[in-house]
Design a protein around this ligand. Structure first.
Ligand SMILES: [Zn+2]
Length: 77
């Protein structure tokens, strides 16, 4: 095998490895963690919000302290 052909093969291998390193295999995009079933509805205004962010009073969920007070008939000052 001529030396020149060997050098070309080596050069091609180097280029191939460089390109392979520059372009890693595409990974699938991360799936957003949508927790279905954990949405609750504010008992006062009806808005939906994630359960961890809701305020729970007497078995009912509320979107804010204002609506907890409003549902109790205590207007916020
Ligand atoms: Zn509300």
């Amino acid at each position: 095998m001529p030396l020149r052909t060997l050098l070309i093969l080596i050069a091609l291998a180097v280029v191939f490895l460089a390109v392979k390193r520059l372009f890693p295999p595409a990974r699938p995009p991360k799936k957003k963690q949508l927790k279905h079933g954990n949405m609750v509805q504010c008992a006062h205004c009806g808005i939906y919000l994630p359960e961890p962010e809701a305020i729970t009073r007497e078995g009912r969920h509320y979107c804010s302290q204002d609506h907890v007070d409003a549902a109790r008939g205590q207007p916020p000052e």
